[in-house]
Design a protein around this ligand. Sequence first.
Ligand code: ZN
Length: 327
Amino acid sequence: MGLKNDEFYMEMAMKLACEAAAEGETPVGAVVVRNDGFIAGTGRNRREKGRNALYHAEVIAIDEACRTLGGWRLSGCTLYVTLEPCPMCAGAIINSRIDRVVFAACDSAAGAAGSLVNLFSLGCNHQPAVEQGLMKEESEALLKNFFSELRRKRKMQRIKLVEVQTEQQIEAVAALADEIWHEWFPSILSAEQIDYMVDKFQSVRAMTEQINSGYTYYILRKGDARIGYTAIRPDADGRLFLSKIYIKKEYRGNGYASEVFAFLKDYCREHGLSAIWLTVNKHNDNSIAVYKKSGFRIIGEDVTDIGNGYVMDDYFFQLDVDIDKGI
Ligand SMILES: [Zn+2]
């Protein structure tokens, strides 16, 4: 294997960064190369898909290199990475005794090779040589495009939550409920029970009472279209009860529920609430899948008598909200 120059390996790291972007991950790629040109490890950021804070490109590349070379000591290796390493990755670089780090773009927010802090100059037991700026423009452009595309997508999808305050708005929710419940529940509940529940919980009269006793309803709007609704109630125990979230059939599968959850998390932070909880019918598999995917976990179950010989056989789900962090 012939020796290649730095550009060759940085281009390889850039290609990995592009692959990360294609998967919806912040585009960062890394390659560990031994000084004889042997590529010992490669990695791309996989934090979202892998659901793991450790899955940065550098850590993955170093992990692979250690396994490939059969030891933790990567002396004689160079790490090429498209973005300045963060403190975690700088720590991994120091601990793996990598000789040299070549990175492309600086990271003013979290860079630990000089931008925010310089962990390599603290006098640790190992100090790699660091070079920066190779293919900087390419990496910056890739990151910039990724984030502007992400913003564009979010903007395109963004729905509005309009608080229900007037009788007219309550009537609009009642109409949405009537339509959605009769479309959604037939596989789980009998037609009679659906009629009974729509009348008991989602009639204008019932919702007016709920609002007067502390519930807040929101209509979900996308442009001019009313696409669904949600209802919440802050509880005395410091949690937010998510009473209802229903989206019309033709609008499902677009991530709108996630947008509602994001809105509710912000609501919790603003109001000092520590968690969102809800009940869901044990046979409502599709909803359960959505809640699980969004990070909710089962905290209990119960059978509730709702009158007229009907019961609700539910799981209780909860999503903890980190109050301090805007994440
Ligand atoms: Zn990192």
